[in-house]
Design a protein around this ligand. Sequence first.
Ligand code: SAH
Ligand code: SF4
Ligand code: F3S
Length: 473
Amino acid sequence: MNAKLLHINTIGCQMNVYDSEQIAAHMAQLGYQQTSSPQAADLIIVNTCTIREKAEQKAYSFIGRLARLKRKKSHLIIGIGGCVAQQEGEKILDRLPFVDIVFGTQAIHRLPLLIRQIEKKRCQIVDIEMAADTQATEPIIGLHRETSVSRFVTIMRGCDNYCSYCVVPFVRGRETSRQPDKIIQEIRTLIDNGAKEVTLLGQNVNSYGKKEGLCSFPELLARIDELEGLLRLRFTTSHPKDLKGNLIRSFKDLNKLCHHIHLPVQSGSNKILKQMNRKYTRELYLDKVLKLRDTCSDIAVTSDIIVGFPGETEADFEDTLDLIKTVEYDGLFAFQYSDRPTSPSVHLPDKVSDSQKKERLQILLAMQDAITRKKNQALVGSIQEILAEGFSKKEISGKSANGRQLAQWMGRTSTNNIVNFYHDYDAPDSGQAHSGKLINVRIEKAFSHSLWGKPLAGASTAKGVKGVECYAA
Ligand code: SAH
Ligand code: SF4
Ligand code: F3S
């Protein structure tokens, strides 16, 4: 009998990427194999995001297009999961009656049972129950089919911060942390399957384990840092209000912790930060950035910013630009404020017009672009250690001047800069660029979102991120 085929479309953040892998692992138990083709699938799952209106629209437009497939193939099962599913529940069935199942962010472990029911009875199901039992929501480990070098591991779910613009506390539920032993066990399994780098995921990793009385986040990092076979460790996201000295010191003390922190500031105006319920001031934020740089001089700092939050004046926006100039971020994700029906800020007066939001976003992005270009340009001529991840997305291959076979690869620096490079398959030291290895590259060109480098002969001597040599050629 042919295996049944499952297609998953993932929209949204890394949490959804991780959850989609879990969905695949659960469905493998029912005999479903993954396919990249929606047309070939017997089961299509859309893992949705509702952080901004655009993300929600993207989900609805993809699902809308599935109606035609369903008409052609009556046994096709269509499932909607993730944050839109959690938020909208049965309303999705009213709007899109051809959908078979709507399941929430905490129902993934029940999916095999629910899908089997649909296979047998061809019924429609809505399950958006928030699970009280955290053990039941423990991920399946060991069934991962993915073998990539860099993997995500969710260490906590939900969020208790209630930033006034944000849907996450409503669609992901209360903050809960996983047991350290379970996390370590999962990472060990990933290492056995070829992972060399893990990124720990949580909405606010600084509060890891506090509620449950588990170890602290820096203690968890120290335990993971010791795992044999792991080369690099990253985490996201750290809330500025909870970033304390012990975590800052980890960047100096731990060998494998990469020199990068994503520290979302959201706004540079104290008035707006208060309205956002962020619980820090720009002064406090800037002080933390200084401390990070004092402790780890080459640390890369990146951020998220929202422009056009209700009540944001020109002066508030100028404060944000001024903060960006002061920090000189290594990278920024900037978004136009989007009203979400469940978030408290929907009720705030003085909404900023769409055209103004768009204009502010462009000004801000142009400023950041100049900063990133300048920073990337300064790296030209230096030697950087990168973790080679594999073919770069473009997969351009070519021939070198002497007719050798080349392929374009990518890797990242500890500071999370993407470096593309040619791997020369015919070179005598060809083995050094194999996926999952730390290699030294000389940076030859800088672009706004990536660097171009040339691998140097001989594998990197460094064991982890420490020992990165960085000097002008
Ligand atoms: N937990 C993370 C962020 C998760 S959401 C943190 O606290 O930083 C990712 C980003 O989406 C946020 O940092 C914010 O910049 C943006 N975002 C969230 N809600 C938004 C909204 N309603 N409109 C525009 N951007 C939003
Ligand atoms: Fe949303 Fe704030 Fe929680 Fe981040 S910390 S997920 S922005 S509520
Ligand atoms: Fe992530 Fe979007 Fe949900 S950002 S937590 S998938 S709303």
